[in-house]
Design a protein around this ligand. Structure first.
Ligand code: SF4
Length: 443
């Protein structure tokens, strides 16, 4: 008779660290165009290099508590559809393994995720116990990111908030209707948006706890458009002050209902990150960003969104680097926030006279030359208009979207959720017990 021995801690870290790398939240920030290549970049099993906003890197232990999952998400290798061997840590086993790696200076923080074994609350409770041990028994005070499981009850969300540094709940699909295409077991308003709303309220309160939340969307699995995704992220950044939204291009997994569904091109994921960046960092308005979308609601894969918007607004260019405002400079392709700031700072001391000066400040000349003027240089407009790429892009049919109020929503101020905007599309619209939903249904 064949008896399989129980895996040891190292084998569990190998297996569950590998599964955690499938989670886009566990990819290093900034490495967004290609899937993170775990074997090449990881110093050790379960250890991932993560980029900080200041450009430095830290090693985090990124691991799942278990890859057992009772849920039926049609895109997920951990779903119950997939027949394979599963692993699970014990609470003290994972806490001790993390502390051992921390004491050896292999990692400086923890990213803890899991499949849903039992209920969301039960799984989150076990993850909280791990964090409680490393915080209160071992005295670890560093970075801990806790993934809150779908369907977790409020008391466990509050406990995770008190112990974690960053929390996240995976949104997976942009709205509850599209979520039904991915899972019959997850009800997005009840299981995902409600915990996200609790985290939002906690992070806005004066209590000590996690400093923000993030989320993740799977791109292409529910046949959603990029505009569907954009509308959701606009609300998440605006109303719930999310720190980051991550996008994962769908890849079909054998044995799941979507195994025959075509994979999403990685360029689509990349275009969404670019639009996200324009929204979050460059502060483009929605009206401007709408121009980047084709009339089918998708971002063209062959066109950079910032260039596409600039080409559409060609009459606003070229801008003079010595007089344009920072916002005008930021709208020129090839000029980023850092280079725009350097231009504004440097021109107070002296005029900027050459492309060499601009390149030293970080401007990408091969992208910026049609959009900037310098003393003695003005881009030849005739040449711009002759460029096939520009002409094709300028003539591309753009998205036309009616404002929310015309789509059946209604604007109200002093909403119960504290947000002044249309109810339609509000993350909590229709959520059980949410007063905004009552108002909307009555309207
Ligand atoms: S709940 Fe999470 S781990 Fe489980 S199947 Fe869905 S996406 Fe995968």
């Amino acid at each position: 008779m064949f008896i399989r021995r129980a895996p040891n801690t190292y084998e569990k870290i190998q297996a569950l660290g590998g599964m955690a790398s499938d989670d886009i939240l566990s990819r290093p920030e900034g490495r967004t165009t290609r899937p993170y290549s775990a074997p090449r970049n990881n110093p050790a099993p379960g250890v991932y290099r993560s980029a900080l906003p200041n450009g430095k890197y830290v090693n985090l232990m990124r691991v799942m508590f278990t890859d057992f999952c009772k849920m039926d998400c049609a895109f997920c290798p951990n779903s119950h559809w997939v027949p394979r061997r599963r692993f699970a840590f014990k609470v003290d086993e994972l806490a001790n393994a993390f502390m051992e790696m921390y004491r050896r200076h292999t990692v400086t923080g923890l990213f803890l995720s899991s499949g849903v074994a039992g209920t969301g609350s039960k799984t989150t409770e076990k993850m909280i116990k791990v964090v409680d041990l490393i915080r209160n028994k071992h005295g670890f005070g560093g970075y801990v990111h806790v993934k809150v499981m779908p369907g977790t009850e409020q008391e466990y969300v509050e406990a995770a908030y008190r112990l974690g540094t960053r929390l996240s709940v995976n949104l997976e699909a942009p709205n509850p209707e599209l979520m039904t295409k991915l899972s019959a077991m997850k009800e997005q308003r009840r299981d995902i948006l409600a915990p996200m709303g609790w985290i939002d309220r906690l992070t806005r309160s004066a209590a000590n706890g996690a400093v923000g939340q993030a989320t993740q969307l799977v791109v292409g699995a529910a046949d959603e458009t990029d505009w569907d995704i954009f509308e959701r992220i606009d609300q998440l950044y605006g109303q719930w002050n999310l720190k980051r939204v991550y996008y994962a291009a769908f890849r079909p997994v054998r044995h799941t209902p979507l195994e025959e569904h075509p994979p999403t091109p990685l360029e689509r994921e990349h275009r969404l990150y670019q639009v996200d960046w324009l929204k979050r960092v460059y502060r483009y308005s929605n009206e401007e960003l709408k121009l980047a979308f084709a009339d089918d609601g998708l971002l063209p894969l062959d066109a950079d969104p910032k260039t596409s918007i600039a080409v559409y607004n060609l009459d606003a260019f070229p801008v003079d680097v010595n007089t344009a405002s920072r916002e005008e400079l930021l709208r020129a392709p090839g000029v980023g926030p850092a280079s725009a700031q350097r231009i504004v700072t440097n021109r107070r001391r002296h005029s900027i006279d050459s492309w060499r000066d601009l390149q030293v400040m970080g401007v990408v000349r091969k992208r910026a030359w049609p959009f900037l003027t310098l003393p003695g240089y003005r881009p030849p407009r005739a040449k711009q208009l002759k460029m096939d790429l520009f002409r094709a892009d300028a003539e591309r049919p753009r998205l036309s979207v009616a404002p929310a109020a015309q789509q059946g929503g209604h604007a109200h101020s002093a909403a119960p959720c504290g947000v002044e905007r249309s109810c339609t599309g509000c993350p909590m619209y229709g959520a059980p017990g949410h007063p905004g939903a009552v108002m909307s249904k009555a309207a």
